[in-house]
Ligand binder design. Structure first.
Ligand code: KIV
Length: 254
């Protein structure tokens, strides 16, 4: 199994590959291809059909993490802590422990270096997440574009590093700012919409497969059109059933 130590040691040497998964078959398919599987709270939007990630519950994340853990034996599994589950130290610890019990090896939290530090002191591995943080933003726009905001993000990244996070997601920030942050901290940065200079990259699996089309941010690259493939299969099946062609002799018992 990939460890957080191994991920840390990849900084500057080898790009870190992370994708999201929320179920057993997807985790199984990507397990020996990616370094990290993120059970992201993007689950709320791409699987559960919510308009944002804010309705995702601990129970949603626990079920998804358990399914992913049944399918993945090699990759590091990181469980996202949903909004409202790490408001204070006590809640953060209780909820993080639940995700670890479900099979995650580490948890991810947005901002809040002080909570990260507390969890790390309690022996929990934490991935930070700064920049565009979907749990608390009101609109999807590039962060850190002015000097003041860029400085704030650099400070926040340093604080997460100091807190003991083993890595950090940088979401939707200009590539030059991501370069500065990546150079000024000791832990790997994993970018999503943060350019080429990050130590690794993450995308939402449903986005790269063409399974989520409510909107498509600029940073998403489609690597397949599985949504269209699925539709074609559904249509063929419906047609054959409708015409009495399925089941044929090969798919029937005698
Ligand atoms: O929830 C998620 O999938 C994430 C990624 C976008 C980094 O946080």
């Amino acid at each position: 199994m990939t460890t957080t130590q191994q991920i840390k040691s990849m900084k500057g040497k080898q790009k870190i590959v992370m994708l999201t998964a929320y179920d057993f078959p997807t985790a199984r398919l990507m397990d020996d291809i990616v370094d990290i599987i993120l059970v992201g709270d993007s689950l709320g939007m791409v699987v559960l059909g919510y308009e944002s990630t804010t309705k995702v519950t601990m129970q949603d994340m626990i079920s998804a993490t358990e399914a992913v853990a049944r399918g993945a034996k090699k990759a590091l599994i990181v469980g996202d802590m949903p909004i409202g589950t790490y408001e204070n130290e006590k809640e953060a610890l209780e909820n993080a422990k639940q995700l670890l019990k479900a099979g995650a090896h580490a948890v991810k939290i947005e901002n809040k270096p002080e909570i990260a530090e507390f969890l790390v002191k309690k022996g929990i591995e934490v991935m930070g997440h700064i920049g565009l943080t979907p749990q608390t933003i009101t609109s999807f726009k590039v962060q850190g574009k002015n000097e003041e905001d860029a400085k704030r993000l650099i400070e926040l990244a340093r604080a997460c590093d100091k807190a003991g996070c083993f890595s950090m997601v940088l979401e939707c920030i200009p590539l030059n700012l991501a370069k500065v942050i990546t150079k000024s901290i000791s832990i790997p940065t994993i970018g999503i919409g943060a350019g080429i200079h990050c130590d690794g990259q993450v995308l939402v699996t449903h986005d790269i497969l063409g399974l989520f089309d409510a909107f498509k941010p600029k940073f998403v690259k489609r690597y397949a059109e599985i949504g269209n493939e699925m539709k074609n299969a559904f249509k063929k099946y419906a047609e054959e059933v409708g015409k009495g062609k399925f089941p044929d002799d090969n798919h029937s018992f005698h």
